[in-house]
Design a protein around this ligand. Structure first.
Ligand code: SME
Length: 151
């Protein structure tokens, strides 16, 4: 997986348009095309005490996630990446698509370090995401958060 190329694509997306909806829509399309063995890639946006569904690729998903629930809620509360090799072992995991077996959720922060959104990628394969994927996807998320405007 060429994360250098993926990050360069994210950077040029951000240079073209920083409005968070357009940026997240194209970012999820990029991930969907580039990453093998995934069944969902998209964003949840913090709105008050919950996370609301943002732009994504994949099957229709839960619209609203309380901050105290799910892998997305944990990434947001703890302000850190959650790499989950087996979602069935993660207490409180929300199964939007029964095909999902592993996932990674990465927080997107503002300049003050506050979490504004999360990037969520799901896979039907157990242990799908490695440490290398984590570093590559964190760098990708960083390109998006640096460019995002209006959130
Ligand atoms: N994975 C999430 C729910 C959202 S769907 O996967 C799209 C979670 O447990 O936080």
């Amino acid at each position: 997986m060429d994360y250098g190329m993926l990050c360069a694509q994210a950077r040029s997306l951000g240079e073209a348009e920083g409005w968070f909806v357009a940026l997240m829509a194209n970012a999820s399309a990029l991930l969907w095309e580039a990453l093998p063995d995934i069944n969902w890639a998209g964003f949840y946006i913090i709105r008050g005490d919950k996370l609301t569904l943002g732009p994504f690729h994949g099957k229709a998903a839960c619209i609203s996630i309380p901050k105290e629930k799910g892998v997305c809620g944990a990434a947001c509360r703890e302000n850190r990446t959650m790499l989950v090799p087996d979602v069935h072992k993660f207490p409180g995991h929300i199964a939007c698509d029964s095909a999902s077996n592993a996932e990674i959720v990465i927080p997107l922060r503002d300049e003050a370090g506050e979490v504004k959104a999360v990037l969520d990628i799901d896979s039907p394969l157990l242990n799908r995401f490695t440490g290398e994927d984590r570093l590559g996807l964190e760098a990708f998320a960083h390109e998006i958060e640096r460019a995002m405007k209006g959130l």
